[in-house]
Design a protein around this ligand. Structure first.
Ligand SMILES: [Zn+2]
Length: 115
């Protein structure tokens, strides 16, 4: 398995999402909210805006960012590309489309939170 390839895909997606979230963050700042610089986006979302109207889209992106970070950890641990449900290898075509996925396409159907 070409781990470097998936790692690159993940990093690229991560960068895209962080850019998007940074922009959102800037927009929020302009609204004049009381601002304590958060350590990271997750903190920002879950502690500062839990009760607030962080858009559905931004939430989705944040969740994906978390998935991506998890996937990068799995690469480091050498556990990447293994389905968490059935333990088989995830199809390479699937990994190319959704490099942060935890499940093979069969099991993904039983985990609707996964795309
Ligand atoms: Zn599976």
């Amino acid at each position: 398995m070409d781990l470097q390839k998936y790692r690159k895909l993940l990093l690229k997606e991560q960068e895209k999402i962080e850019k998007y979230l940074k922009k959102k963050l800037e927009e929020e700042k302009k609204l004049g909210e009381e601002w304590n610089s958060p350590k990271d986006f997750e903190e920002w979302a879950y502690f500062t805006y839990t009760e607030n109207d962080l858009s559905v889209k931004a939430r989705g992106k944040l969740n994906r960012l978390k998935e991506i970070k998890e996937a990068l950890k799995r690469i480091e641990k050498g556990k990447y590309g293994i389905c968490e449900s059935c333990g088989k290898e995830i199809e390479p075509e699937r990994l190319e489309l959704i490099p942060w996925t935890r499940y093979c396409s069969k099991c993904a159907r039983r985990h609707p939170e996964e795309l």
